[in-house]
Ligand binder design. Structure first.
Ligand code: HEM
Length: 622
């Protein structure tokens, strides 16, 4: 069990600081208190409301940032020099090497001098970072991992009390774990923590269960299905536009993070099991139940003691009882939906085929039942819950951070608006627009680079293996840090900069293959996200429709936007924005949408790069 440390293992991972200790502001005073582990450069913080930035104030802020950065680096260097993080290796050569290192001899020189020792040993030992529990307790877990990565490199061992974790930030090691030798790795602690909500659903499942369920579920997200979803994305986003329009009229600021969460919940409910949560307008019992369960998953992943496993606790703790009844309500609702869908299928005359889709109910559930998939009702519920959570939190987080980034870069926002104006005008987006909205797609890709959802992937070795030059034993818990891969200063020019232009518009959509595992927004290998194309289009539609109609700025007096993690990267205090209409009267999409004829025998133009990503997971389908 993942006890004793503050690791999150929800959906895919880490951590949420305990609420009382959350990092909420990035004040100059706060930084030194964080034991020098706070990388100013990677923490977002909004000082202005984005309206009329005062250049003098901005310069002053930048120079304070620079000074703090220097101070932080100096503190870290002195801690490293003191031996606090030094690898404990046996023998005189290691001692000598460490000693020379402390005297300031560069690593390249040491590497050369001691190469004879290294070759004399079969393998090197993985560098170890120790004694940082207090440093990481107060902040989102992946942030200090970035700093340690800059110090220790692409693979190191993090010792936290009795537990140790391997932190991987090297693209070739990530590729080895996720793709080339993926059969040697399981989901480890992730599966343990998520058991109560996802059971043996696709994300936590391993081995034969995973293989069978992946083979059943992947075909449900076929091209025709994804094309049909574009309309759903447009309708749901339009409902959000109406809400924002009312706020713009009333001059009220809006908290966008929770609105994005509701938008994506509404979408995924319809897409997975044809259920309209209508959470943008209602707070029904089922919506509350879903959020109760999601929050519980996050809380469990950061709890030092697994209270929920104590039999009596489950019955007396009001919180656990609430979780149990929320789960019961969700399960009953799912059972009803499954029964309703079965009745529909009995009445329909459609023949099941590869791109089967019921126009009235194109949901994944309908596809699975119509395929006569041989599955228990418990397994089916686990799969549906997994898809619901996987597709909800991630997309909401992507939209939140995309709009945060856009609010800081008015130039990028107006370039984006220019593209949307000329491609879409006032109509709803269609599947063909997905290939035309190239800049919009780059904006989303770049947002996913800076804020990957989840920031870290979890694995456990189930066999002995060799990672880079290091042998590892079975049973190692491993975190592959996408955050680090996406911000590696050696790989990315101006790694911290939000720069959609880094992806040429005439080039392919960036993915893990064409970026050689330095960019992994949807993972890679056989366990790559099954909803990558769905999610990409969902985000493109939402971004395009929103920026077409509104300008977004940080609200005056909005709290600084800090990061914390649950399943994905959340803001610490929401994303409070002022939304203004771009033109008057408000633009609403035309209701005569061009009908899209889908030729199921051919590839939809512009979708090839994304589709080819899917083709790279043959083991999932074979
Ligand atoms: C922008 C939105 C999304 C992002 C960033 C995202 C990201 C990811 C990542 C990184 C993984 C790999 C996890 C790992 O290797 O441990 C993953 C897996 C998965 N995702 Fe997504 N996802 C998104 C949306 C969706 C949607 C919309 C769905 C469903 C419709 C979905 C369903 C899944 C499932 C089922 C898996 C597990 C696949 C397996 O283990 O075989 N995701 N996702």
């Amino acid at each position: 069990m993942a006890a004793s440390v503050q690791f999150s293992t929800s959906y895919f991972l880490p951590t949420k600081p305990s609420s009382s200790k959350r990092l909420t502001t990035l004040s100059a005073a706060a930084i030194p208190k964080l034991n020098g582990f706070f990388p100013c450069s990677v923490v977002c913080c909004s000082y202005s409301n984005g309206r009329e930035p005062d250049p003098q104030v901005e310069d002053a802020v930048k120079s304070v940032d620079r000074l703090l950065e220097q101070k932080r680096k100096a503190q870290l260097s002195s801690r490293i020099a003191s031996g606090e993080f030094t690898v404990q290796q046996n023998g005189f050569p290691s001692l000598l090497r460490n000693g020379l290192s402390k005297l300031g001899v560069p690593q390249e020189v040491l590497g050369f001098l001691f190469s004879w020792v290294d070759t004399a040993e079969d393998y090197q030992r993985i560098p170890e970072a120790k004694g940082i529990i207090s440093a990481i307790r107060n902040e989102a877990f992946f942030i200090p991992l970035y700093e340690l990565y800059l110090t220790y490199g692409g693979i190191f061992r993090l010792m936290l009390g009795p537990k140790s974790f391997l932190i991987v930030s090297d693209p070739s090691i990530a590729k080895h774990i996720l793709r080339d030798n993926s059969k040697a790795y399981s989901k480890g602690i992730l599966a343990e923590i998520l058991d109560f909500v996802m059971g043996k659903g696709l994300i936590p499942a391993d081995g034969e269960v995973w293989r069978v369920r992946r083979r059943a579920i992947v075909p449900a997200l076929h091209q025709k299905y994804v094309a049909a979803m574009i309309n759903l994305f447009g309708q749901a986003t339009y409902r959000l536009c109406e809400k924002l329009d009312a706020a713009a009229s009333d001059g009220e600021d809006v908290e966008m993070e929770s609105l994005f969460s509701r938008l994506t919940l509404d979408i995924i409910g319809e897409a997975v099991f044809n259920y309209d949560f209508d959470s943008l307008t209602n707070d029904t019992g089922i919506v509350e139940a879903v959020y109760t369960v999601l929050r519980e998953a996050e809380d469990r992943s950061v709890s030092p003691i697994p209270f929920w496993e104590i039999p009596i606790w489950k019955d007396i703790s009001p919180k656990q009882r609430k979780v149990a009844s929320a789960l019961q309500l969700i399960n009953e609702t799912l059972d009803d939906l499954i029964a309703r869908c079965k009745r529909m299928i009995e009445e329909e005359e459609l023949q099941f085929h590869e791109e089967y889709m019921n126009e009235q109910d194109p949901s994944i559930l309908h596809f699975l039942l119509a395929s006569r998939d041989d599955v228990t009702s418990k397994q089916l519920r686990d799969d549906l819950m997994t898809l619901l959570i996987a597709g909800h939190e991630t997309s909401a987080a992507v939209l939140t951070w995309t709009f945060y980034l856009l609010s800081k870069e008015p130039g990028i926002l107006s370039k984006l608006q220019h593209e949307v104006d000329s491609v879409l005008g006032d109509r709803f987006p269609t599947i063909e627009d997905m290939r035309r909205l190239k800049y919009t797609s780059r904006v989303v890709s770049e947002s996913l680079r800076l804020y990957p959802q989840p920031p870290v992937l979890i694995r456990r070795s189930v066999e002995d293996d060799i990672l880079g030059q290091y042998p590892i034993k079975r049973g190692e818990d491993i975190f592959v840090s996408i955050w680090n891969l996406h911000r590696c200063p050696n790989h990315w020019e101006d790694a911290e900069k939000f720069n959609p232009e880094r992806w040429p518009l005439d080039g392919p959509n960036p993915n893990e293959t064409n970026q050689n595992f330095s960019y992994l927004p949807f993972g890679g290998g056989p366990r790559k996200c099954v909803g990558d194309m769905f999610a990409s289009f969902e985000n493109i539609v939402a971004v395009a429709m929103l920026v077409r109609r509104f300008n977004f700025q940080m609200a005056i007096g909005a709290p600084p936007v800090g990061m914390t993690t649950g399943a994905t990267i959340h803001t610490t205090e929401g994303l409070k924005m002022t939304v203004t209409r771009r033109t008057k009267p408000p633009i609403v999409p035309t209701l005569e949408m061009p009908t899209v004829k889908i030729d199921s025998s051919s590839t939809i133009p512009g979708m090839e790069p994304m589709l080819s990503q899917k083709d790279e997971v043959p083991s999932a389908r074979s």
